[in-house]
Each structure stands twice: as structure tokens, then as C-alpha cells.
Write a protein that binds this ligand. Structure first.
Ligand SMILES: [Zn+2]
Length: 107
């Protein structure tokens, strides 16, 4: 009977703890991704200003990423989402459902 109680208690704790751990991990990844999107946005702003490009231009990773460029390393989503840089009038986006600059509560 006692073993039963212990087993049920552990199972109950696991049911509470595991979704929380998954949620915490997702939240951390989302924050990290939004931080990356912010860096991409800043890099794009610098890129457009320095190169006097029309806002309709859509930069490529080659234009932004490099040791002497606006981003030192290729931006990567911690959840494996794919980034779209967007044109000069668009925000960079991640195709992961919960990763967006809009959801970061402003800049
Ligand atoms: Zn992402």
C-alpha cells in the first residue's frame, strides 16, 4: 500500500513537472529566438543605412553575415525554425509558431 502511494505520488509529480520543464524550455528557446530576430533587425537597419538601399530590397544572408559584416554568424533558431529576412519594410520572421518579434512585448 505504501509503495502504491509513493508510485502514485511520483507519477503525479512527474505529470506536473514534465510539462513545466517542456514549457520552460520552449519559453527559453522563444526568448533566444526573439533575441536573434532583434539582432537580425538591427543588422538589417545598419545594412540599409550604410548601403543606401531602397526599402523594397530584400537582403540575403550573404549580404548580412560575415566577419566584417552586420552579423558575425548565421542566425539560427534554437527550435529549428527557419528565418525569413524580409525586405526593408518587413520584420525578420521565424517560421516557428510562437517565435515573432510581435510577441516580445515591443523592442
Ligand atoms: Zn525561432
Amino acid at each position: 500500500m505504501e509503495i502504491m502511494t509513493v508510485t502514485v505520488t511520483i507519477a503525479g509529480l512527474a505529470m506536473i513537472a514534465i510539462p513545466n520543464m517542456i514549457h520552460a524550455r520552449e519559453t527559453a528557446q522563444q526568448k533566444s529566438c526573439v533575441e536573434t530576430l532583434r539582432r537580425v533587425r538591427n543588422a538589417k537597419e545598419e545594412f540599409f543605412m550604410e548601403n543606401h538601399l531602397p526599402a523594397t530590397h530584400t537582403p540575403t544572408l550573404n549580404e548580412l553575415v560575415g566577419a566584417d559584416k552586420y552579423l558575425k554568424t548565421t542566425p539560427q533558431c534554437p527550435s529549428g525554425g527557419a528565418y525569413s529576412l524580409g525586405s526593408g519594410t518587413e520584420e525578420p520572421t521565424c517560421n516557428h509558431a510562437r517565435h515573432s518579434l510581435d510577441q516580445s512585448g515591443g523592442s
